[in-house]
Write a protein that binds this ligand. Sequence first.
Ligand code: ATP
Length: 606
Amino acid sequence: MTGRPGTERRDPLDRRVARRAEGVLRAANESGALEAADVHVAQRLGRLTGEDEPAVLLATALVVRAVRQGSVCLDLAGVDLDGVDLGVAASAVRDGAAWTRAVAASRLAAAGAVHVDHGLVYLDRYLREEQQVEQDLRARGDQAPPVVETARLEAALEDWFPSAGGGADGAPDFTEQRAAAARAATSWTTVVTGGPGTGKTTTVARLLGTLLDVAPGPLRVALAAPTGKAAARMTEAVQAAVARSDVPAAHREQLSDLRATTLHRLLGWRPGSQTRFRHDRHDPLPHDVVVVDETSMVSLTLMARLLEALRPQTRLVLVGDADQLASVDAGAVLHDLVDGLEGAGDTRVGGTGAVARLTRTHRYDDTIGALAEAVRTGDADAALAALHDGRGAVRLVTPGSADDDLVAVARRLLDAARGAEPGAALAALEQHRLLLAHRAGEYGVAHWNRRIERRLREETATAGGAWGGEWYAGRPLLVTANDYGLGLFNGDTGVVVRQPGGGLVARLADGSPDGRALPVSRLADVETAHAMTVHRSQGSQFRRVTVVLPPPDSPLLTRELLYTAVTRAQESVTVVGTADAVRAAVERPARRASGLARRLTDPATA
Ligand SMILES: Nc1ncnc2c1ncn2[C@@H]1O[C@H](COP(=O)(O)OP(=O)(O)OP(=O)(O)O)[C@@H](O)[C@H]1O
C-alpha cells in the first residue's frame, strides 16, 4: 500500500520504481504515490490504445491504484497529489471535473479501457461488474414476489419465532429476527445484517425451517461462505442453532444435515481461473434457497459471479456484518447493498431487495459489546472509556507489556503439541489470537511471529527442549491458498503436533476434536500463525483476542479494522497501542469508492 503522495522519495534502484516511466507517471511513482504496477498497467493500456496524454495516463494509473486499495472506481476531484512534480500535466489535473472530462474524451475511453460514469473513473471490468450486480438484483426484484400463502407463513413464523414470552423472564425475544425471516420469505433477495451475537445464525436456521414449512414441495438449500473457515463455522453454528431444545422438531434432519461450502466450491471452481466458474447464466445453480454468510468478505467480482449463477427464482439471503472490514479484493458490496437498498426505501414486496437489521446483542452485555458499539458508531471517547473501565474484559496496554502474555499463550500450544495431544493443541489454538493491521514492518505479522518464536526458543532452550527447523511441534499454521486436491482452503488453521511414535504431523481444524491429520511435507502454502492480519481473522472467533495497533498515521488503521478485531473476541480483548491510535482508528472510517449504492438507490441515474 502506498502512503500519502510525497511522503517518501524512492531510490531509483528500488524495485517498486517503474524505470521506463517518464514525466508525471515517473514523478508520481518516485514520490510513492504510484506503485510500478500501477504505472505499467497505465502504460500498457496507453500503448494499446495510442493514448499519450499525461493527465489521462496518470488518471488511469491512479484508478489502478484505487482498485488495488479496494475501491471499485475513483473520483479524480478527491485525488491528493501534493508533493508530486506534475510538470506539463499540472494545469490538466488542477480541476477534477475538467480532468474527468478529459478522461471521458480520451482514446482510452473511446477504446473502452476506462469509463467515466457519473463523474467516477472506472476500469472496464469493474464498471461492467458493478452494472451487472445492479441489473441482476433489479431483474430479481422486478419479478412477482415469491408466492407464499399469508396464513401459512404467519403460522410458520409463529412456530419458529414465537411471539409469546417476548423477552420477559429470560424468554427469547424474536421480534427482529421474525421480521427478518418474514422479509426473506417474501423477497427474492434479502440482506440480514447485524453485529456479533445479534442472532444472525439463529435467524438463518429458523428462517430455513420457516421456508421448509411453507414450501409446496422439497427445497434445495445451499449454505455458503467466502472462506473454508467461515463455511466450517457456519455449518457448526447452524447445527448448534437447530439442536436447541426450543426449536421445532420439524425438518430437523434436513436442517442438521446442511453443510456450508465455500462460494468458490458452490459456484464450481475451474482450474486456472479465479474469476470464472462452472455455474453461470447458462448453467445456473439448482438450489431454491442460497444463504451466504460473512458476506462482508465477498468482493464485487465474486458477487457478480454469484448473482449471474442464480436462477431468477432462487431466494438469496446475504448475511453479514456491514460494519466489518470489506473484502481483500475490490468492492464493499455488503456495505453498498445495505446503504443502497435501505436508501431505496421499503422494498418488502418486489423491489431490488430487502434489508433486515438485527440490533440486539444476545451473546454479551459486557464491555466487549460496549467497545464494539463505540467503535462502530465512531465514538472515540466511549471506546477509550470502555478500554479504561478496568473490568478486565477489554483493556488497553503498551506494546512491551503484551509480550509475556503472548508467549504464555504460545507456550501452552507448544506444550500440548509436544505432548502429542492434538485435541488439546487445537483447543489451545482457538483460545487466543494475536491480530495485526500490517503484514510487514514493526507492527506487522512477520515481525510478531518472529518475536514470539524468538522468545519461545529462548525459553524452551533454557527448559532443555529441542528446537529448530521450520517445522516444530507447536507451530500454529495458516493455510494461504486453496488446495482442492487436499481439501484445504485459504484461511484454514491448524497446528503441528508431535506424533506418539515421534515425527511431526499437521492437525488442521475441521470441527472434529482432533482435527484432520496431514503430513507436514504435503503442506505447501502455509504460514506461521502466532499472529495473523485482522483481515485473515474475519469469519473466525476466539475466546481471547489481542490486537496490536500501528501508529495513528498508518493508512491501515481504520474504524472497520478495529471493529473487526474487537468483534473476533468472545471473552476478552487486549488492545496493544496508544490512546491516540485508538482515537485515530475510531475516527477514520475506511472509504472505498464505489457506485453500487447509488445505482441501487436511484435507478433513474444508474
Ligand atoms: N432472540 C434471541 N433471544 C435470546 N437468545 C438468542 C436469540 N437469538 C439468538 N440468541 C442466542 O444468542 C447467541 C448468538 O446468536 P447467533 O449465533 O445466532 O448470533 P450471530 O449473529 O450469528 O453471531 P456471530 O455471527 O457473531 O457468531 C446464541 O447463543 C443464540 O442462541
